[in-house]
Design a protein around this ligand. Structure first.
Ligand code: FMN
Length: 407
């Protein structure tokens, strides 16, 4: 699986350092070249001799190795396809997040330009520390792959979050990244796109300026990341994945609900009209010389997002719901387009609808949103967390949204 891949493992001074001996063996069994670099403190927990034998390579600790013409931190960084820091101590996380390079490992990390996985492990109090969390947030926003620790009984005697995640998780993530980051393999993602079209007569309709670009970018990125994708769209799109063309809000509701049972995630990026004409004339309505005003009576459209959330939440609230049922329920993501008080309105909306994530964007700005290839959004999570994504291409926004949900 990893034939010829160069994996650089950085070990820091945490009690979980001994577990990395087995991780090295997992990589070696899959034909990877493994190099290990340790902080001086890591050697209190695991010996250089062990690591050297398991990796079949010299282990780096000293930064000032004057026998080489190229500084070691540069040659290690150049050679590797990926760097994994495991276990990552609170101390080393803080240094990397702040550009501090005071030993060989942190200097390599600073010079490293390829993918880097960081697997923190520490006491639960350290994990909950505000500054540790801020440093980790900084690293994930900058594109580092942070693998959260597990909860359980910790070596320090406490029960809580802080155990190094399973080695298999670090191994699988490495394989995924090196083989093209198919982090959505095995997931079915249903995405809606475009503005719905609500007919008035056989030639006229009510719609909105949604171009469908955000929904299509999400579908493209989910597909590239290995998901089975169903795009339910009001705009035409020729794609290598499933596309269901719909027109009105009612068509869209029917199509989405049809996919509900088999979906792992439903992302409602379409701009669904709130109202539709009560009566649709089946011929072109004629202009009459003596009629100055006409009235088109509108009725409320179904709220697709809210009804999906109701369906999910009513199942989850039922008595004796098994874990399998909980796991099978799709993640539901809504979009909200606002022209003022973006975050306040989005907070009200996520609470009212009951979705897992709400992506809020400001449609009053001309440089993002409708028809533009760019967007700037805030991702609101059900638990109250908010993450802001600065202005970038809709494809990059899509990647970040998918990573936020499944990263
Ligand atoms: C027995 C023992 C276990 C430790 N385990 C951890 C740990 O799991 N995670 C952590 O962040 N720090 C742990 N520490 C503290 C770190 O070793 C300390 O912060 C050190 O400065 C880390 O250095 P390094 O990041 O350069 O390796 C431990 C210290 C001791 C004495």
């Amino acid at each position: 699986m990893l034939n010829g891949k160069n994996i650089l493992i950085g070990i820091t001074g945490g009690i979980a350092a001994y577990k990395i001996c087995e991780l090295i063996r997992m990589f070696k069994r899959n034909n990877a070249n493994v190099r290990v670099v340790c902080t001086p403190n890591a050697l209190n927990f695991v010996t250089k001799l062990t690591l050297q034998n398991l990796s079949q390579n010299e282990v780096g600790v000293e930064e000032f190795n004057i026998e080489q013409f190229k500084p070691e931190h540069i040659s290690y960084a150049d050679e590797a396809d990926i760097m994994i820091i495991a276990p990552a101590t609170a101390n080393t996380i803080g240094k990397i997040a702040n550009g501090i390079c005071d030993n060989l490992l942190t200097s390599i990390a600073c010079a490293f330009t390829k993918p880097m996985i960081i697997a923190p492990a520490m006491n639960c109090g350290m994990w909950d520390n505000q500054f540790v969390q801020e440093n980790l947030e900084k690293l994930s926003s900058a594109g580092y792959y942070v693998l959260e620790p597990d909860e359980g009984f910790l070596a320090c005697g406490y029960n809580g979050k802080g155990r190094l995640c399973e080695l298999q998780k670090i191994f699988d993530k490495t394989v995924n990244i090196l083989n093209g980051e198919k982090f959505l393999s095995g997931k079915k993602i249903v995405i809606t796109a475009g503005g719905t079209i609500e007919e008035i007569d056989s030639v006229r309709y009510i719609s909105n300026y949604s171009s469908g670009k955000m929904g299509i970018a999400l579908a493209d990125e989910a597909y590239k990341a290995g998901a089975e994708v169903i795009l339910i769209s009001t705009v035409n799109a020729e794609k290598p994945y499933g596309v269901i063309k719909v027109k009105s809000a009612e068509d869209m509701k029917f199509a989405v609900e049809n996919e509900y049972d088999t979906a792992d995630c439903i992302i409602m990026a379409a701009a669904v009209a709130d109202y539709r004409a009560k009566n649709i004339a089946n011929h072109k309505m004629k202009k009459a010389d003596n009629v100055e005003n006409i009235t088109v009576e509108l009725v409320k459209n179904p709220d697709i997002l809210q009804s999906l959330c109701k369906r999910k939440n009513s199942v989850l609230c039922g008595s004796a719901v098994s874990d399998t049922v909980k796991e099978k329920a799709p993640v539901i993501v809504g979009f909200c387009a606002e022209s003022e008080n973006l975050i306040e309105n989005a907070k009200v909306k996520i609470a009212k609808k009951g979705c897992d994530y709400l992506i809020a964007n400001d449609i009053s700005r001309k440089d993002i949103g409708f028809s533009s290839d760019y967007n700037e959004v805030s991702i609101l999570r059900k638990d109250g967390a908010i993450k802001h994504l600065d202005r970038m291409s809709k494809n990059d926004i899509a990647k970040s949204i998918l990573k936020e949900i499944y990263g």
